[in-house]
Design a protein around this ligand. Structure first.
Ligand SMILES: [Zn+2]
Length: 291
């Protein structure tokens, strides 16, 4: 008789609401033209390159909103305020469907290129534009390129933000020392590496087959389900809004829903949950919880 193999089943990392086994935060970074303009404003004259990026806020976002409505889930949209000013009706339509909008710079600036004063001025500018154009006070922030500076976490807290979604040092949310919630992500659950391509300027690689991407993301989800993690998926409308990739997203989320074990939540909902239930988190790091 052959004995069945022993399977590693650690304790769940987190106690999630509604007795769900894991959480999922579906994010759309609506970078649009800022993808290129943050590299070089002269690229504005590159009409075809800009047209590929404009596809995001103009064609992809309405299609994504339709899909999310069909799937009956809420998502989190991180939007540079240049895009908010240029496409206010698109952004308003996101809010009208009860999705969340978070901060993502103005022109998708690399924070590592800014000194503390410049970063503070930039953050205040984005908060002002969100207030003036959309009438909202964003609660969350994702840094362009996921890259923050040593002072960013305190700066965000000083402006009353509730969460950051830019670091990669865990797979469940945690609290920074100043009380700001971190909702970590990872490059594997990102569509740029899978789908980005532009000839000149040269970006990305070969656009991947959707079946391969489904497998990559599903395998991580399936393991996160076993380990009680937070599946934080980051998508860009100009990439993931193309027809076959909308079908990929529908297939992925439908399969996740079919497990009946996933708490789909916005960044603010996750931040509120951990702030109110800090004991939900199970520590793994032997160095202690301090970040
Ligand atoms: Zn971005």
């Amino acid at each position: 008789m052959i004995s069945s193999p022993k399977i590693y089943r650690p304790e769940p990392r987190f106690i999630w609401p509604e007795k769900k086994r894991c959480a999922a935060m579906i994010c759309f970074d609506v970078d649009g033209e800022t993808t290129a303009l943050s590299e070089d404003v002269a690229l504005e004259s590159r009409v075809s390159t800009m047209s590929q990026l404009r596809y995001g806020p103009t064609i992809a976002v309405p299609r994504i909103l339709g899909l999310l409505e069909s799937l009956e889930i809420k998502a989190t949209f991180f939007i540079p305020t240049y895009i908010v000013e240029k496409y206010p009706r698109t952004c308003t339509s996101i809010l009208e469907k009860s999705h969340e909008i978070g901060l993502h710079g103005h022109l998708h600036e690399k924070l590592s290129g800014l000194n503390p004063d410049e970063e503070e001025t930039l953050l205040d500018k984005t908060l002002d534009i969100m207030s003036n154009v959309l009438g909202i006070v964003p609660r969350g922030f994702r840094a362009p390129w996921f890259e923050i500076n040593p002072g960013t976490v305190d700066l965000l807290a000083s402006r009353g933000l509730d969460y950051n979604a830019s670091l990669m040092d865990d797979d469940v949310p945690y609290l920074h020392k100043n009380g700001l919630v971190e909702i970590p992500g990872q490059w594997m659950l990102e569509d740029w590496e899978q789908f980005a391509f532009n000839a000149d300027p040269a970006w990305g690689f070969i656009p991947e087959d959707c079946d391969k991407v489904f497998n990559l993301w599903w395998q991580e989800f399936d393991a996160m389900l076993d380990y009680g993690c937070c599946f934080n998926l980051t998508l860009h409308p100009w990439l993931s809004g193309r027809p076959s990739r909308i079908k990929l997203l529908e297939r992925l989320i439908s399969a996740m829903q079919a497990t009946e074990s996933v708490w789909f939540a916005t960044g603010s909902e996750i931040a509120d949950y951990i702030s109110n239930n800090p004991a939900a988190r199970r520590e793994l790091c032997l160095e202690g919880p301090a970040k």
